[in-house]
Design a protein around this ligand. Structure first.
Ligand SMILES: C[S@@+](CC[C@H](N)C(=O)[O-])C[C@H]1O[C@@H](n2cnc3c(N)ncnc32)[C@H](O)[C@@H]1O
Length: 498
């Protein structure tokens, strides 16, 4: 069955330009991924009549994979499949494919295609409004590859699900939330989705709903990152999740990984305590792939409080240079201040040598663009993939730039400052530097965030030792006069993570 549907999909792909499908968030799952996803469900305990949902069915690849798998695995159960699809181009292919499935599966199989918007058609039910249906279909098993499409906050789909939207919405997590809503209690959904939801503020409301009403049982990752869809290059990094609709937190999450979407032969597996995968107030999802990773998460979780709890905060540099050309200068002079770029962070310190940028200076006239010249820890926001560390930081000391009361920071730097605007003392400054410059924090950040960008909200959510311990770490760094990562690691181990 799946073979046939893949062939029909390939014919459809030949005559449908990718640009057109991209606008609809339409990418098809590879045969191997679909087969793998179908085998992820726990079949024990399913009723004799299984209700399956495949929202955003496309040509029916996932439906075919799961129906085929269930029919082969069991000779008694019957299957009813519900498809939702709105795209007029793909619907004729889907209809044909379903007729084919029916002809092969026989009378244990039935289906319906709902040519309705999956989100809008159910918004009253989801929001439990006065118009909610009394009889809502709930499913035993849901399999999905939702559309990946950023939409505006006033898009009808986003307005339909305010509970899970916080910032820029994407159809994929609206679909995932609706699917969890559509599941029966204790039933499972298997979804292939981008990795972006696992951290970041925009996805917080979604994570609260998704991980509140459901619990992660398995996460599957791809080692080579860009090959999830057959003949389709999708830039987003993707993952497969299996989620059970339950309030009961499982002891562990299975984290599996394979080389790519077409190679599920060698699967490595790691069982990770649930609290090491879903953690913190923001419910970030950490993706450890080795015992070492788990150890790192557990070490960091020795503490509960964060930088903001300890009166400090990482912020993003203020000056967006391309918006401020008029205020920037090439040379120093009267009423002109040094402007710092990430190029100025080197070997654990901050210098102001020529950065290679056109403008290394900024006028002092606009208070909103400048900040006091005081102790900070600067951290690069962007690093290249091949670079060894994600967290690259330096101690900024005002005494190195004595003649200035104020300075400027470009927005490609993050800096750590006191929340109340006062100045961090010297030991604390060096202590914060040592944390961010350690192997422990760098590796922890990588497990949290697969991207190369250092997001200050995420840094502000990392548990840190108490302020007094941070200061003690800093004193030791100052005494040793050694800013290297090895030295920071050694001191952290001795003082805070032994
Ligand atoms: C990423 S594709 C996946 C297709 C198929 N599930 C697969 O795995 O190959 C998502 C599908 O959802 C459909 N879709 C997009 N928005 C929809 C909506 N609001 N309601 C129902 N289907 C939708 C698209 O037309 C597209 O076929």
């Amino acid at each position: 069955m799946l073979e046939y549907i893949i062939n029909e999909t390939n014919k459809f792909l030949e005559q449908m330009p990718k640009s057109k499908r991209k606008k609809k968030g339409q990418f098809f799952t590879s045969k191997e991924t679909a087969e793998f996803m179908a085998t992820m469900f726990q079949l024990e305990g399913l009723p004799l009549e299984i209700n399956i949902l495949d929202p955003g069915t496309g040509t029916g690849i996932l439906s075919a994979a799961v129906v085929e798998h269930l029919l082969e695995a069991d000779e008694k159960r019957s299957i009813h499949l519900t498809c939702y699809e709105t795209d007029g181009d793909v619907l004729p292919v889907l209809k044909n494919n379903m007729v084919y499935l029916l002809s092969k599966a026989g009378d244990r199989f039935s289906y319906e295609i709902r040519e309705q918007d999956y989100i809008l058609s159910q918004q009253d039910d989801f929001n439990e409004t006065f118009f909610a249906s009394e009889q809502q279909t709930k499913y035993d098993l849901i399999i999905g590859n939702p559309p990946y499409l950023r939409v505006m906050r006033d898009n009808p789909a986003a307005l339909a699900m305010p509970k899970v939207v916080h910032g820029a919405p994407n159809l994929y997590f609206l679909f995932a939330s609706m699917s969890l809503f559509n599941l029966k209690d204790n039933a499972e959904m298997v979804y292939i989705i981008p990795r972006s939801w696992t951290s970041g503020a925009y996805f917080k409301a979604f994570r609260q709903y998704f991980l509140g009403e459901g619990k992660l049982l398995q996460i599957h990752l791809f080692v080579s990152r860009d090959k999830v869809f057959s003949s389709e290059e999708v830039l987003q990094e993707t993952m497969i999740v299996k989620v059970k609709k339950t309030q009961i937190v499982p002891d562990e999450v299975r984290i599996t990984s394979s080389q790519s979407n077409s190679d599920f032969n060698e699967i490595s597996e790691l069982k990770v305590p649930y609290s090491s995968v879903v953690s913190g107030r923001d419910l970030y999802v950490y993706l450890p792939t080795s015992k070492e990773d788990i150890d790192i998460i557990q070490r960091i979780n020795t503490y509960q409080k964060t930088l903001p709890d300890e009166g400090m905060r990482m912020k993003t540099g203020i000056v967006v240079d391309f918006r401020q050309w008029d205020d920037l200068r090439k040379e120093p002079g009267d009423h002109i201040l040094p402007l710092f770029y990430s190029q100025h962070i080197r070997n654990g310190r901050v210098n102001h040598q020529p950065s290679g940028k056109e403008f290394d200076w900024i006028i002092d006239e606009k208070p909103g663009l400048i900040q006091r010249n005081k102790n900070y820890v600067f951290c690069k926001r962007f690093t290249a993939k091949e670079e060894r560390r994600r967290l690259q930081c330096g101690v900024y000391l005002p005494e190195d730039f004595k003649e200035y009361e104020y300075i400027g920071t470009q927005n490609k730097i993050n800096f750590v400052d006191k929340t109340d605007g006062s100045e961090m003392d010297l030991s604390t400054t060096y202590g914060v530097y040592a944390l961010l410059n350690s192997t422990l924090f760098d590796m922890y950040y990588r497990i949290l965030n697969g991207s190369t960008q250092v997001n200050s909200t995420e840094i502000n959510s990392i548990p840190v030792p108490p302020a007094a311990t941070i200061a003690r770490i800093g004193e030791k760094v100052i005494d040793s006069n050694d800013l290297s990562t090895d030295n920071c690691d050694r001191i952290l181990k001795e003082v805070a993570y032994g």
